[in-house]
Design a protein. Structure first.
Length: 304
């Protein structure tokens, strides 16, 4: 049987939201910058270089601009769904959706992606595509928004709609938990997988300023099941009141939580470290403890 992946996201809306954000993106890219620094820190610790790389979801190319001073990357191909970002990327670029990698097998020494993959329906399938386009011992280093991101906004909007309309429209994209995405690298055939997360908290004067920042990032609602009619303003007003009541601080400001999940894996290669097979130990307990070590107890009933 073929597993059918549910389609949650409207690709045209993702492209449109990003295109609208392109002109003023630099003023709203603080979250992208934080995520870029986390990827750059990991690359800096690696004792090797990556001659041909892919930046999947490049936006304005700021990941490449952070990595180049490290002198560890060569050519970086900027792949971006929104063509409006391409003039700012300043590098070889190609326009395509995030979930389709139209490249030959073993094309890249590294594939990077910074805060994009939470818009992909079939994340396991994309990881397998990344594995396919990596050369042996190639690096997969990506991060995406994790499941606790914007939990305050989600709760406030849902409560306001339930109160005013008696029901809830899909507004916020479902975000993956680190426990779920952590196993994707191994399932895709990538070796030495590592998953970790960082949590950031940003302070805003009110919910409307937060929503303006999300629009500036190109991160507004792109769910297929979203309401197509404009939302009544009083729903947002009520949501802002609920947000401030439930999560607000004494000074009147509100927090917005973001979780950045980072995944690292490598295309298999014979030079990589591998776990020893079971039963291959070369040291005995006698070697470790000497002849005076107590005898092994094989029968629990004989314990004193």
């Amino acid at each position: 049987m073929t597993h059918q992946v549910p389609t949650l996201f409207d690709k045209a809306a993702v492209r449109r939201n990003r295109a609208r954000a392109a002109a003023g993106y630099d003023a709203f890219a603080f979250l992208k910058d934080e995520a870029v620094l986390r990827l750059a820190d990991r690359v800096e610790l690696m004792r090797r270089s990556f001659p041909v790389c892919l930046d999947l979801g490049a936006h304005d190319g700021r990941l490449a601009r952070h990595l180049r001073p490290l002198q560890k990357i060569g050519t970086m191909i900027a792949a971006e769904p929104a063509a409006a970002f391409m003039p700012a990327a300043g590098q070889p670029s190609v326009v395509h959706d995030l979930d389709m990698l139209p490249y030959k097998d073993a094309s890249f020494d590294a594939v990077f992606s910074c805060l994009n993959l939470h818009w992909v329906d079939d994340l396991p399938g994309l990881m397998m595509q990344i594995r396919r386009v990596l050369k042996p011992d190639g690096l997969c280093l990506v991060n995406l928004l994790g499941g606790t991101s914007l939990h305050e906004l989600r709760a406030a909007l849902a409560a306001a709609e339930q109160e005013v309309l008696g029901g809830v429209h899909p507004r916020c994209a479902p975000l993956a938990d680190i426990r779920d995405v952590g196993g994707l690298l191994g399932r895709a055939g990538l070796a030495l997988p590592v998953a970790d997360s960082d949590r950031l908290e940003v302070t805003y004067p009110d919910m409307f300023r937060l929503m303006a920042d999300l629009r500036g990032m190109g991160e507004q609602n792109a769910l297929l099941g979203r309401a197509r009619m404009p939302t009544r303003r009083h729903i947002f007003i009520r949501a802002a009141e609920i947000y401030a009541t439930r999560f607000g601080r004494p000074d009147g400001s509100i927090p917005a939580s973001f979780e950045i999940v980072t995944l690292t894996g490598w295309a298999p290669h014979e030079s990589q470290q591998k776990p020893l097979p079971r039963g291959s130990a070369t040291a005995s307990f006698t070697d470790l403890f000497g002849d005076d070590s107590p005898p092994a107890i094989t029968d629990p009933a004989k314990r004193q």
